[in-house]
Design a protein around this ligand. Sequence first.
Ligand SMILES: [Zn+2]
Length: 235
Amino acid sequence: MDPLAADPTDALSSVPAAGSRRGLGMPGRLRYFYGPMDCGKSTLALQIDHNQARQGRCGLLLVRHDRSGTPTISSRMGIARGAEEVHEDLDIRLLVRSHWSRGVRVDYLIVDEAQFLSPAQVDQLAELADDSQIDVYAFGLATDFRSHLFPGAARLFELADELCAIQVEVLCWCGLPGRFNSRIHNGSVVRAGDTVLVADTAPGDEVRYQVLCRKHYRTGDLGPVAEDQGQLRLA
Ligand SMILES: [Zn+2]
C-alpha cells in the first residue's frame, strides 16, 4: 500500500480531509416526530405528504398496527389517506424495491405509528435514507403506558437525523404539558403489564388511555373530572 495515499492530509490523496460528497448523491434524512396521544401526529403526517406531493415528489404511506382493517392514516380533523400496513416481518427495503420494480418512484416515506416498528425495521429506514436517498418521516409515541420507550421509538432516537417533539401540547387535566400515555383500568393508573392490551381485563372492565403530566402519572391522580375528557377509549 502506498503510504502517501493512506494519509488523508496529503495533497495527492484521493480523499480530501473534509470528505467529498460529490458523486455520492445526497442521502435522505430520517426524521422522527414524536409526542403523546392526540398531539396531532397523523394530521402533521398528512400535511407533510400533501406538501411533498405538491412539489411533484412521490411518497409511500406506511402504518403499523392499524386497527381499522383497511390501513389508513387518519387524523382527528377528519382527513384520511390509504396506507400500506407494515407487518411484523416485513422488510421495508423489499417493499420499496417492489415499487421500483413496477416503475413507481419512491422519494419519501411517511410512517405512522412508528413506535410499533421493530428495531430492525428502523435500521431498514436508515439504510433507505443513506443508500437510496429516500426521506423518511416517521411519526409516533415515545413511551408506553409504563413510561418506557417503545423499542421502535428507542431505535429511532438512536438513529434519526432529526428528532422533533411535536409542538401541539396535549395538556394534563391540571394544565401542565402531558407527556405520559397512561392506561387507566377501572379508574386506576396501571404502570406494569403487557404493552399490547391482553386478557388481564374481565368483561365489563373499563380500560382507557389518558395523557397525564409526570406528577399526576406518578401519583395516579386523574383529576376532578376523570370521565368524559374526549380521550381515546378502548372498550
Ligand atoms: Zn397534571
